[in-house]
Design a protein around this ligand. Structure first.
Ligand code: SF4
Length: 374
């Protein structure tokens, strides 16, 4: 079992909050880039040698900007180099303003069966302030067009805690999202990442961070509204109808190996080695041998910490029996005060966050981790 991630670092313009690697280079570069990705695929196919590919994820950037022939070229290359599972999950990220009948028709000839849409909010004023290129109506129309074209497995992204966003705005966003018949919802608290325009605006006093209490209330509302709509809260930021959990993201959390292709993409060999392609599209395209990258061998502590971090964020929690007895003992001793305060609970040898614990999950996770000094 393995996954493939392809990074498509092209956007028409940059949103103010975004720190993902992407460029605003034109379509001619995008087409050359796709050929470079196919070349990297042929060079690195042994990274996940003999594995069945269960999931493919085209993320970005904005993969929906790629023309139909480039998408076909990518999937032809995947078909040549890898063996896809009988029923793979194949996701493409899309921006609402790119979704049209013609684009959806071009997807019909590819193995794509899941569309992840960046909606972010249904408030037009807030969308404009984030530098998004679409309005709320375009998101609604895009989701409807996807469904009409036969793509029923749709995920929508929302952001809460936006500057100026009220509780009423957020309630309307969640209600609107759930009314669209989506199968999966990812909701993230706005973060002010270093180097983004939004962070610069914060430092200049042009925007204000959302009040902590308001963010908490927003998240609380999100949990109850999604539960009422039959969604399972399977990871801190992810909600899905039964059998619509993202298999690709779940495999990251379960330590499944994946091959990341493209400038800025990350790979994991399923054991100790992580690799990051450098976020430099020109150097990536110009490479003649392997593309510019860095590798990192994880220490025992780092492996333990990653295990704690990824697993505790999921509703199934930390499978304690998968830890060595020394690590299990360490984990349980650090968890003890949180168990006492009912921020953590035990479910069938799994250590899980309680609903109350989710609100302080960052602190709990950091308590359970080992510092490099120990
Ligand atoms: S949020 Fe998406 S569309 Fe906006 S800049 Fe980032 S990758 Fe591009």
């Amino acid at each position: 079992m393995a996954g493939i991630y392809i990074h498509v670092p092209f956007c028409r313009s940059r949103c103010v909050y975004c720190d993902f690697y992407s460029t605003t280079l034109g379509l001619d570069v995008a087409q050359t880039y796709v050929r470079a990705v196919a070349r990297e695929m042929s060079l690195r196919r042994d990274y996940i040698k003999d594995a069945q590919i269960e999931t493919v994820y085209l993320g970005g950037g904005t993969p929906s900007l790629l023309p139909a022939n480039s998408l076909k070229e990518l999937f032809d290359a995947i078909g040549r180099h890898f063996s896809l599972d009988e029923e793979p999950e194949v996701t493409i990220e899309a921006n609402p303003d790119d979704v049209c009948e013609q684009w959806l028709q071009s997807l019909k000839d590819l193995p794509v069966n899941r569309i992840s849409m960046g909606g972010q909010t249904f408030n037009d004023k807030l969308l404009a302030s984030l530098g998004r290129r679409h309005d709320a109506n375009q998101t609604v129309e895009a989701v409807e067009a996807c469904r009409k074209a036969g793509f029923g497995n749709i995920s929508l992204d929302l952001i809460y805690g936006l500057p100026g966003q009220t509780m009423d705005d957020w309630q309307r966003d969640v209600e609107k999202a759930l009314s669209l018949g989506i199968k999966h919802l990812s909701a993230y608290a706005l973060s002010y990442e270093k180097g983004t325009r939004l962070d610069a605006m914060l430092k200049k006093g042009l925007v204000e961070e959302a009040d902590e209490e308001l963010s908490r209330k927003m998240y609380d509302h999100l949990m109850s509204a999604t539960a009422e709509a039959g969604f399972q809260h399977y990871e801190i930021s992810n909600f899905a109808l039964p059998s619509y959990h993202s298999r690709h993201n779940s495999s990251y959390w379960q330590g499944v190996p994946y091959l990341g292709l493209g400038a800025g993409a990350h790979s994991y060999d399923g054991r100790r080695c992580r690799r990051a392609n450098l976020p430099d599209i020109k150097a990536y395209i110009a490479a003649t041998g392997d593309v510019p990258h860095e590798t990192e061998e994880l220490s025992d502590e780092e492996l333990y910490n990653e295990f704690i971090l990824t697993r505790l964020r999921t509703s199934s929690g930390i499978p304690l029996l998968r830890l060595s007895s020394a690590d299990r003992q360490y984990c349980l001793s650090m968890a003890s005060p949180h168990l006492e305060h009912q921020l953590l609970c035990m479910k069938d040898h799994h250590l899980c966050l309680t609903k109350e614990g989710i609100f302080t999950s960052n602190d709990i996770i950091s308590d359970l981790m080992k510092s490099e000094m120990e």
